[in-house]
Design a protein around this ligand. Sequence first.
Ligand SMILES: Cc1cc2nc3c(=O)[nH]c(=O)nc-3n(C[C@H](O)[C@H](O)[C@H](O)COP(=O)(O)O)c2cc1C
Length: 354
Amino acid sequence: MQINPYLFILPRTPGQIVWDYKNHKQFELNLEYSTRLAQLINNPKLYDDSNRVDTQLLNSGILTHSIQDTIEWGWDELSKIFHIGTKNIPCEHVPQNIHEWSKHYLDHCTEVLAAPAPGTRLTELIALPKPSCLPQGSLANVLIGRKTCRTFTDAAVSLEDLGTLLYLSLGYLHERENDVDDCLVEGLDARRSSPSGGGLNACEGFLHVQNVSGLEPGFYAYHPVDHALSFVNPALDSPLGQLLCGQHFINNLPVGLFITSRFDKLWWKYEHSRAYRMAFVEAGHISQTFQLVATALGLNTWLTGALADDQVEALLGLEDSAEQPLFFVGCGKSDGQVMCEELKALLSSQELAQ
Ligand SMILES: Cc1cc2nc3c(=O)[nH]c(=O)nc-3n(C[C@H](O)[C@H](O)[C@H](O)COP(=O)(O)O)c2cc1C
């Protein structure tokens, strides 16, 4: 007999909460069950088939017959619990098409809006000068022009635009090769357009290609040193929205980037779980840069952190890997709509009915 390796235990008088964070299950144990569990943790061989408590602990998954593979983790348990505990969130029903998603989203908004939004902080304000030097410059125009769109046309993205996008958001910039300080460690001198925690460039990118001229649909890895792609997996059989927690309005998004993080690079330099936060901050920088470059190229953008993690990992060839997908950002030609037609139609039919 084994103890499930994905448990954490919280004292909550008078009981103990046992949380199976991988399978998203919680149990409240009274003194009898807690005491027995403590005995079994001390010596799993004490497991007794005729003991009612033991069989219940087994049936609940707190005990297990098989030694489950524990993933490699280089930080302390804090970030491991958080990372695994927030993956593959069980969803009662993943919307299977755009109509189901629209209904689901509208119901969710109605529920959320039933409670007032958190208020703004009241404080004495010191007025600032008007931003008179803005917004004529091209950077300002791009910043103002970036917006999240949720309808994409069926126009292809050109390979030239894709190359520019990848080079300027993830590529190691040749232009900075001569701008290397002597005190930089060899191997940590590659520079991107976004800053990187510890100069490690822990973030990587995998493309999901649906409609790029000159590139077969499928999944590709981007190689920042060579500014090149390598094929990883063929195109999906199912709509893209299925992989992104039912958000079917982006099913025809021409191209998207899964931003991953090489945790092993971060483990190497930073031992504490706090470095886990930095992985997401870095992914956010890359995502924003991608969106700004796309906007400058006349494309519209969309982004999400709602990934079907296990499926995405399998498609990117990252199962049980120290490299984990964190975020997705995509782009293409759009009519600039913030919401899809199906949601708008549902909204107006509900308004009419009121
Ligand atoms: C961390 C993060 C996660 C997001 N996730 C989603 C998402 O799952 N689906 C979606 O349609 N938009 C998502 N968005 C986009 C936001 O809804 C959008 O940025 C926000 O409404 C403001 O609009 P704007 O980007 O046009 O300024 C996300 C944005 C961020 C920064």
